[in-house]
Design a protein around this ligand. Sequence first.
Ligand SMILES: Nc1nc2c(ncn2[C@@H]2O[C@H](COP(=O)(O)OP(=O)(O)OP(=O)(O)O)[C@@H](O)[C@H]2O)c(=O)[nH]1
Ligand SMILES: [Mg+2]
Length: 216
Amino acid sequence: MDPQPPEPAPDAAAPLVIKILIAGGFGVGKTTLVGAVSDIQPLRTEARLSDRSLGVDDTSGVDQKSTTTVAMDFGRITLHDGLVLYLFGTPGQERFWFMWDELASGALGGVVLVDTRRLEECFPAIDYFERRRLPFIVAVNGFDGAAAHDAEKIRVALDIAPDIPIVQCDVRERSSGKHVLVTLVEHVLTLTTKPRRATGRSAVLATGRSGGCSPP
Ligand SMILES: Nc1nc2c(ncn2[C@@H]2O[C@H](COP(=O)(O)OP(=O)(O)OP(=O)(O)O)[C@@H](O)[C@H]2O)c(=O)[nH]1
Ligand SMILES: [Mg+2]
């Protein structure tokens, strides 16, 4: 047999590229976050919320919203030399959830964005990450008019493990969005350097936080 050519040596200068998901319910600010932090012009797939979607799309709590993501958002950010994040924003509406598995393929972890005025909107995203044992953090997007909540109260309400970081943010601010992403990367690194905890799923999880309604 002919000798095989040697494998090329790994390029020490090549950046480490990580794929992460920006998930959460309808209108929590996923597209805004990806756009605020991306170093490149973000890719968006927005469609107008038309009269035809009345009764299908629940826009209560986000009355000013005129468009919704129908497939994905894409952005890219270099956190520091050698670490590049590819950001994939999920569609928030239930009728587009079939996209989630495609977007999650190869992802190292995710951010679950939360609007405390509509906490239940994020239950399917949390269920999705937990079921696939994908590391995630919770980022509370402080919409105007939303009362600030203690992180531990949010943890109890979401029924998530004590080691999952919960951070406050304003997704319109690049620095705030960056802080969210750095927190996720640190969390993923922590998990990779310690043995995985067995997740004790509570009765809430067993029945589905949102009453059995979750992405595939
Ligand atoms: N006041 C305020 N408005 C915000 C904030 N974050 C997002 N918005 C606005 O809220 C709306 C929803 O933001 P999007 O980024 O489209 O939300 P989304 O999660 O991508 O929505 P879907 O893709 O439809 O699920 C937009 O009009 C944003 O400008 C915030 O922190 N404060
Ligand atoms: Mg969106």
